[in-house]
Design a protein around this ligand. Structure first.
Ligand SMILES: Nc1ncnc2c1ncn2[C@@H]1O[C@H](COP(=O)(O)OP(=O)(O)OP(=O)(O)O)[C@@H](O)[C@H]1O
Ligand SMILES: [Mg+2]
Length: 263
């Protein structure tokens, strides 16, 4: 469904060039969830923006259902890393925005917005402004704003990063539950190994700057009941940890792996 071929992207300003992505080729299956993981600065957000049609590739191509993505195409919804909520609009108006642009009748919009906010557990925030929300509530409102558009492709940039561990797990389950019902082709960027293994049917690992493809992992734990408690879940987390290498500045070994020899 999403094909990325020899993709390269360079940010070019008057007197500087930053190569963000180099030679990435990968397929992301339709009606499935793909997780992208990699260290900070490896180009995950850039890749998502290219998939959303906001940035044209500098090299190679991206095809979604056989066509290059185009910003504003109704089928693609992006939840940006900073949520992208308009501060001067209430939660209701933020979530309704895309539906209003589609000129849907007001009662239909009202119903859809209320249902989606309830489903994501933030129904009580409907008349508040973004500044009156906690980080986790703002993230859920941003996800609601994307889902209410019934997208074919949902692009999520670290949607749960500002949450405490328990709320995060609960929302991961909500997202999986929503996905199980709607089967939207979803691409989720994350820093968290456990999140990638819980929410990625396929997991794409990027590294370095420019970001390059390190590996693609098919995840047999995806969607299985009690996935987090399966021995395979732990095994795949270990595999990802090894592929990602030790965190920058870490002196100890990546958990479960021998320490690198010190000079
Ligand atoms: N507008 C820009 N102009 C120049 N360089 C940029 C711009 N936006 C991002 N970059 C650089 O491109 C590289 C990739 O950035 P990107 O935001 O895609 O990384 P990321 O993997 O999403 O990082 P994080 O995990 O911290 O969100 C980084 O080196 C970043 O500094
Ligand atoms: Mg990012």
């Amino acid at each position: 469904m999403i094909t990325v071929k020899n993709l390269g992207f360079t940010y070019q300003q008057a007197n500087s060039r930053v190569e963000a992505l180099a030679s990435i080729s990968v397929d992301m299956p339709g009606n499935s969830m793909t997780a992208i993981i990699g260290p900070s600065g490896c180009g995950k957000t850039t890749l998502l923006y290219i998939l959303a049609g906001l940035f044209p590739p500098s090299a190679g191509e991206v095809l979604i259902k056989g066509r290059p993505p185009r910003a504003g195409r109704p089928g693609i919804a992006l939840v940006p890393q900073d949520y992208g909520l308009l501060p001067w609009k209430t939660v209701r108006d933020n979530v309704a925005l895309g539906l209003k642009l589609r000129r849907m009748p007001a009662p239909v919009i009202r119903q859809k917005v209320e249902d989606m906010l309830e489903r994501l557990g933030v129904g009580e925030t409907i008349d508040r402004y973004p500044a009156q929300l906690s980080g986790g509530q703002a993230q859920r409102v941003a996800v609601a704003r994307a889902l209410v558009l019934d997208p074919d492709v949902l692009l999520l940039d670290e949607p749960f990063s500002s949450l405490d561990a328990l709320t995060r797990e609960k929302l991961q389950e909500t997202l999986l539950d929503v996905w199980t019902r709607l089967r939207i082709t979803t691409v989720l960027v994350t820093h968290s190994i456990e999140e990638a293994v819980f929410l990625g049917h396929k997991i794409i690992i990027l590294s370095g700057q420019p970001g390059r493809l390190v590996a693609e992992v098919e995840n047999p734990c995806f969607g299985r009941p009690g996935a987090r408690y399966l021995p395979e879940f732990y095994d795949i987390c270990k595999e990802l940890r090894a592929l990602l290498g030790p965190a920058p500045g870490a002196t100890g070994p990546a958990r479960g792996y021998p320490a690198p020899a010190l000079p």
